[in-house]
Design a protein around this ligand. Structure first.
Ligand SMILES: C[S@@+](CC[C@H](N)C(=O)[O-])C[C@H]1O[C@@H](n2cnc3c(N)ncnc32)[C@H](O)[C@@H]1O
Length: 318
């Protein structure tokens, strides 16, 4: 018999405790609006989740990320585009993969979502926090691997005047962004085609820019150096990432250990923070913040935060 546990409300005080940090009025207000709630799992239910994850890790047919996945992303975002053309509302640009499984991670435990759009809203709590803290004064905001561009709508909320740019290797992403602009869902936004594996050097970042990635750089595995080099050349004022970062998890805890194994199995980002730390030692960048959020989905804690900035390039001697 599976015992159903009582619903727990998740407010700003719980998130402050989770992150050991006081939140701004803006983020508190956002959290209240999401009306977050979850149910803890019984030991029996938790055991079922572990079994499911282990079976998935042992499944040889699990899809993994890489250059061969472009077609699937085109197709997925193409479905959002069709919906957007019909409905012309911001709802049409929400990715359909959030909330695929009712079980999520919170503070190194599995829980069952008990409020609408729980998974997406938990990601938004993280983005609201990061955007509020770092993007209010940026004149230009670029999201790399932006998909439908729905995160840029969050960025717009903290910064009404910045020029927004959404970049992605899928052409359907640029079509969605154009359609959103044409339907007046968001102003002052442009989309560009951009591939992390082969950054287009002709796309130059404007002065006073901040860039971010959210669950997108994860898709490149160990091939992030070309993108970092592109950023070092372009010298944005700030780089923000909300991505799966194994270096910040605790391999000695089973739940984290399985998350790291899942990152590897799916060929997600690997060694990125260690690489940034090397660049910091070489005085090429400064890391401002690197922390796990203790928020995640069934298979991974994939939303760690890294904030860094390039240091001015040394001039080559004449
Ligand atoms: C999980 S989705 C996240 C999209 C968006 N950041 C969000 O939070 O909804 C991953 C995104 O990365 C993009 N992507 C994957 N590989 C890429 C590459 N090599 N260059 C640029 N974008 C890529 C995909 O097209 C997709 O839009």
């Amino acid at each position: 018999m599976i015992l159903r546990m009582k619903k727990v409300r998740l407010g700003y005080k719980e998130i402050e405790k989770l992150w050991r940090e006081k939140l701004s009025g803006y983020v508190k207000h956002k959290i209240a609006g999401y009306k977050l709630a979850y149910c803890p799992l019984s030991t029996r239910e938790e055991e079922q989740v572990f079994i499911k994850i282990i079976n998935t890790l042992l499944d040889p047919s699990l899809v993994y990320s890489g250059p061969h996945r472009l077609k699937q992303w085109e197709k997925g975002w193409g479905q959002n585009l069709t919906r957007l053309r019909k409905e012309k509302t911001a709802d049409a640009v929400f990715p359909r993969y959030h909330g695929k499984y009712p079980v999520n991670r919170l503070d190194q435990k599995f829980i069952r979502a008990a409020s609408p759009n729980y998974e997406r809203n938990m990601l938004y709590v993280i983005l609201d926090y990061v955007f509020d803290k770092y993007l209010r004064k940026s004149e230009n905001i670029y999201e790399f691997g932006c998909g439908t561009g729905h995160n840029l709508l969050r960025a717009r909320e903290v910064n009404p005047s910045a020029n927004l740019f959404g970049l992605d290797w899928a052409k359907s992403s640029q079509r969605i962004i154009k359609q959103m602009a044409d339907a007046h869902l968001v102003k002052n936004i442009k989309g560009y085609n951009f591939d992390f594996f082969k950054p287009n050097k002709k796309i130059k970042l404007a002065a006073h820019s901040a860039i971010y990635t959210a669950a997108a750089l994860e898709q490149v595995g160990i091939k992030y150096k070309a993108f970092v080099s592109y950023l070092l050349q372009n010298q944005p004022a700030l780089c923000l990432h909300v991505e799966p970062i194994a270096e910040l998890l605790n391999e000695d805890r089973l739940i984290d250990n399985l998350s790291i194994k899942y990152f590897r199995k799916r060929n997600y980002l690997e060694g990125f923070l260690d690489y940034l730390r090397e660049l910091e030692k070489a005085k090429k960048i400064k890391i401002i913040e690197a922390k796990r959020t203790r928020i995640g989905s069934q298979f991974i804690e994939g939303y760690s935060i890294i904030i860094w900035k390039p240091l001015p390039l040394k001039k080559k001697p004449l």
